[in-house]
Design a protein around this ligand. Structure first.
Ligand SMILES: *Cc1c(COP(=O)(O)O)cnc(C)c1O
Length: 378
């Protein structure tokens, strides 16, 4: 099955009991048992719920994994998965990792004795140099947020595999439609399903997907034990959104290419960061590992005044945190996604006060361009 067909017909998409074209919302906490000797497949809904299970099978299938897990948020997926590591373990992490992940690693996991070294992951040599005898995981995002920096996933996975290190990739920006890290040799894919996968800015959810069954058993143990599971209503919403992933991504990406081109011609725009541009330093690596540049990019404006005018004056793009919805979302990384990164650290990483990120939704690209033009005063 091709990707578009998998989205509609892969996994459980029809209710086995009624034939309904959709998995019902099993709003229950527990399941009646028939036999003292033999409990049924479902006993308590933290452990398993058919609504969540259908969604977990869908994401596993799309990422090419053996097992998928749905969590209450992207952060719940990320932090639960990081609990496969133990005190004394060390992680190598891309230096522009999602702000929430940075906060969890430096504010919580560090207290538990799981330490991290942050490196410029565009350089495989820098990653290799940061590996210590106690390094157990390499944690990546590519393209990263908000500068769309690209990491060579095949090269890192090879490096990690040879040393018995687990490679984790937050694939939120790309989704399995555009990039499948497990196929490239990585071990764990993580998602904020809140973004493109659900796609309608109406649910918070997260996923972890693995290829290796032993790793799957470890994450399953944590998912059940720590209980940061996705509820049945949100599972239903996420699965409904997921069905249109391809067509949403195709349209948003097409509009993104048009908007990026227009921005590149404006005198107020100093730089555009988008892996679809031939001038982007990660262009070739990205093209070799992904099927498209996606629908999120960032750009640098000439002054704080222009930045403020655009953020406050845009009427079609919502000035908000988040991304990946049907609505375009314009955001300000320095004070939003990366607000929890200390200011000097932020500046060092290139997340300046004139950097704007845009997630392109499903509005007409010309309308979005006209709106940005009026806001910036072009
Ligand atoms: C939003 C986001 C997260 C966190 O996900 P939540 O669903 O908000 O908990 C993690 N990684 C990336 C890249 C994100 O964009």
């Amino acid at each position: 099955m091709k990707f578009a067909t998998k989205l509609i017909h892969g996994g459980q998409t029809i209710d086995p009991r009624t034939g309904a074209l959709g998995i019902p919302i099993h709003q229950t906490s527990t399941f009646r048992q028939q036999s003292v000797d033999n409990f049924g497949k479902y006993d308590y809904a933290r452990s398993d719920n058919p609504s969540r299970e259908a969604l977990e099978e869908a994401i596993a299938l799309l990422e090419g994994g053996t097992r998928g897990f749905a969590f209450a948020s992207g952060m719940a997926a990320i932090t639960s998965t990081l609990l496969i590591f133990s005190a004394g373990d060390h992680l190598v992490v891309c230096d522009d990792v999602y702000g929430g992940t940075y906060r969890a690693l430096t504010g919580v996991f560090s207290r538990l004795g799981i330490t991290s070294t942050f490196v410029d992951a565009t350089s495989v040599e820098a990653i290799a140099a940061a590996i210590r005898p106690e390094t157990k995981g390499i944690y990546l995002e590519t393209p990263s947020n908000p500068l769309l920096k690209v990491t060579d996933l095949r090269a890192v996975a090879e490096l990690a595999r040879a040393r018995g290190i687990v490679t984790l990739v937050d694939n939120t920006f790309m989704t399995p439609y555009l990039q499948r890290p497990l196929d490239l040799g990585c071990d764990i894919v993580l998602h904020s399903g809140t973004k493109f996968l659900s796609g309608h800015s109406d649910v918070i959810c997260g996923f972890a997907v693995v290829r290796d069954t032993e790793l799957g058993n470890r994450i399953r143990y944590i998912q059940n034990g720590f209980g940061a599971i996705l509820g049945p209503q949100d599972s239903f919403l996420a699965q409904r959104g997921l069905k249109t992933l391809k067509i949403r991504m195709d349209q948003s990406q097409q509009s993104t290419i048009k908007i990026v081109q227009w921005l590149g011609e404006q005198k107020q725009v100093r730089a555009v960061h988008y892996p679809g541009l031939a001038s982007h330093p990660g262009h070739a690596v990205h093209n070799a590992q992904a099927d498209g540049p996606g629908a999120v990019f960032s750009f640098e404006l000439d002054s704080f005044e222009t930045t403020k005018r655009l953020l406050e004056g845009a009427r079609l793009s919502a000035f908000a945190v988040s991304l990946g919805g049907v609505e375009s979302i314009i955001s300000y990384p320095a004070r939003m996604s990366h607000a929890s990164v200390p200011p000097d650290e932020r500046t060092r990483k290139g997340i300046t006060d004139t950097l704007v990120r845009l997630s392109v939704g499903l509005e007409d690209a010309d309308d979005l361009i006209a709106d940005m033009a009026q806001a910036m005063g072009v």
